[in-house]
Design a protein around this ligand. Structure first.
Ligand code: 0L1
Ligand code: MG
Length: 262
């Protein structure tokens, strides 16, 4: 069965626009390959850029063993960060209008800001650090477009890895001024701790995740660009974000970030 990438990209774009969850694509087609899923993701991005949005960066998801086990997969997923998805922050505090989203969840993110382009294949951890200007703490708001936040791996790839919003802290440090593996992260919902982790939760090292993303894009003739941000993936579980809920991520060397649902 041939998959109509443009059709499914429109399907997901409409779900975003109408803030309406939709049935997973894999419930409607016989088979959705990973390649088809990335082709739908690319068509979705093209639609969004065609409407005037721009790229602020890229992201990985499912980089922690916990999330991979939960999904029953052994590889991360890769997606895009639109400029329209970046929340303004004031001293690390951001607000996310919940009415613009379907059923948002929030999770902590270690974020790289690039000083140089990074183009695979062959990118190593050291190359990734050389290209990085700063490492920052962040919070990603994910919002699967699928009913009940339920999907298979190809579904979530097509849906740009559930990307929706991101808040980035201001206390960045140089990539070699912090031990990324022992970097601590504590995640809270309304002041109650829901998860703790270190950077090593992300495939042993967040910088390895950055290199993997550059190498993935290299296979498709694409690269990470200077000035972009890159999210390495969540080291702890995502938690629902509702109106009036405040989530916070406290990092051992990167300060704190909060997002309040409004
Ligand atoms: O950013 C992420 O880790 C999202 C990965 C996709 C799975 C999910 O929506 O939880
Ligand atoms: Mg994430």
């Amino acid at each position: 069965m041939t998959i109509d990438h443009a059709h499914w990209a429109e399907y997901l774009a409409t779900a975003v626009d109408e803030r309406q969850d939709v049935q997973a694509i894999t419930k409607q087609v016989d088979e959705l390959s990973i390649d088809d899923a990335y082709a739908i993701q690319a068509a979705l991005l093209e639609l969004q850029l065609g409407r005037g949005d721009t790229l602020a960066g890229a992201k990985l998801g499912l980089t922690s063993a916990a999330k991979q086990e939960q999904m029953g997969v052994a590889e991360p997923v890769y997606g895009w960060v639109l400029a329209s998805s970046v929340l303004g922050t004031d001293g690390g505090a951001a607000e996310a209008p919940i009415g613009d989203l379907i059923h948002p969840r929030a999770e902590p993110e270690i974020v790289f800001r690039l000083a140089q382009d990074l183009a695979g294949p062959g990118v190593t951890r050291e190359d990734a650090l050389d290209a990085t200007e700063a490492v920052l703490g962040g919070i990603e708001v994910i919002d699967s477009r699928y009913e009940a936040f339920s999907f298979t791996l190809p579904d979530v790839i097509a849906d740009n890895t559930s990307a929706a919003r991101v808040a980035i802290g201001s206390d960045g440090v140089g990539p070699r001024d912090v031990d990324l593996q022992t970097l601590g992260c504590l995640f809270e919902v309304d002041g109650a701790i829901t998860g703790t982790a270190t950077g090593a939760a992300l495939l042993d090292d967040p910088a390895t995740c950055l290199a993997m993303l550059a190498n993935h894009l290299g296979k498709h003739g694409q690269k990470l660009e200077a000035g972009w941000i890159v999210m390495a993936g969540a080291p702890t579980d995502a938690k629902p974000l509702a109106v009036g809920t405040t989530v916070g991520a406290r990092y051992s060397s990167l300060g704190s970030v909060t997002v309040k649902g409004v």
